[in-house]
Design a protein around this ligand. Structure first.
Ligand code: 13P
Ligand code: SF4
Length: 312
């Protein structure tokens, strides 16, 4: 492994590449990355890097977002098959039809979508800025929110809006078992439940803190004295444990204990070997149809501009 780490670092330097990694990546990939972050931070770093090559250790839509923001750069992903069930739950043709059927609505899309969906969107959000961006619109604004029904319902509940929701979801976050978390709470009565807003409403109701991966991490770092049950993809525990070595973090269990559904199988397709190979071969490379990219860049840039103003 040491040889591989050394070789990746050398290639990175030689090719003026930057490695960006999401918190759901394997720990060793997070450790070698130049930046580790949530979906918003990955887009922000991509937008400002001066590197010639961006290696996006995450899933396809993250690579697409980087490519749309940096059309002149080469954007690589270690495994092109690293998709996203949430993005898949929102096919661009069907979403486009839905938008057409609702004239006069502002379209807000979660970043977990294809560039083609972003192309029919007014403003993109991530779980870090969704609340503030929704609240930046007047209370009576007619809004379509897609594709995550759980995040949409959660934002509706905290902002008292009635956004029209697309019926999509993430298979990882919907798998967490409320019953098993209740059992864990009996075993660890002092533990706080940290939950990502892509989880179902019943789970969010019993959570002590609801937030993006970055927000959950920030909370734990600010309060390392607690024990935590963590209801999001278990890759986040790597950074939590690194930042809070004395704290007990318990990954929330999925419904089906025969599979490790609290790991995103798409995210976990990326490996150190594939990271090395993609840097060496400069492949697989993300491409986006320029006509789609031209439309998709506007709502992404709008999100970055609002986030900058909000200090996010
Ligand atoms: P954040 O990175 O915004 O926390 O979202 C989590 C996620 O599911 C990314 O795919
Ligand atoms: Fe998509 Fe869910 Fe995996 Fe995130 S955890 S990349 S939303 S499938």
């Amino acid at each position: 492994m040491n040889e591989l780490i050394k070789a990746i670092k050398e290639l990175k330097q030689e090719k003026n590449a930057i490695i960006l990694a999401h918190y759901y990546q394997e720990g060793e990939i997070q450790d070698i990355a130049d930046y580790v972050g949530d979906s918003l931070a990955l887009a922000q770093w991509a937008a400002k890097t001066e590197a010639d090559i961006i290696v996006m250790c995450g899933v396809h839509f993250m690579g697409e977002t980087a490519k749309v923001l940096c059309p002149d750069k080469k954007v690589l992903v270690p495994d092109m098959a690293a998709g996203c069930s949430l993005a898949d739950s929102c096919p661009a043709d069907k979403f486009g039809q839905f938008v057409k059927e609702h004239p006069g609505y502002t379209v807000i899309s979660y970043v977990n979508t294809t560039a083609a969906v972003k192309a029919v969107t007014d403003v993109v959000v991530t779980s870090t800025n969704a609340r503030q961006i929704v609240e930046s619109f007047p209370e009576d604004e007619k809004i379509i929110f897609g594709p995550d029904r759980n995040l949409g319902n959660y934002i509706n509940s905290i902002t008292h809006r009635q956004m029209l929701l697309w019926d999509g979801a993430c298979h990882v976050h919907e798998q967490f078992s409320v019953e098993k978390i209740v059992e864990l709470k009996q075993q660890y009565p002092e533990a706080l439940v940290l939950a990502h807003p892509e989880c179902k409403g019943a789970l969010l109701k019993l959570a002590d803190v609801v937030g993006s991966t970055a927000a959950l991490l920030k909370y734990a770092v600010a309060h390392p004295e607690h024990t935590y049950i963590v209801a999001t993809e278990s890759g986040i525990l790597h950074e939590m444990q690194k930042k809070c070595p004395q704290t007990l973090f318990i990954p929330a269990p999925p419904n089906d204990s025969t599979c490790a559904c609290n790991e995103c199988s798409f995210m976990r397709l990326n490996t150190m070997q594939k990271l090395y190979d993609c840097l060496k071969n400069e492949s697989p490379e993300i491409t986006v149809d320029p006509a789609i990219a031209e439309k998709a860049v506007r709502p992404i840039q709008r999100m970055l501009d609002i986030s900058a103003k909000l200090g996010l």
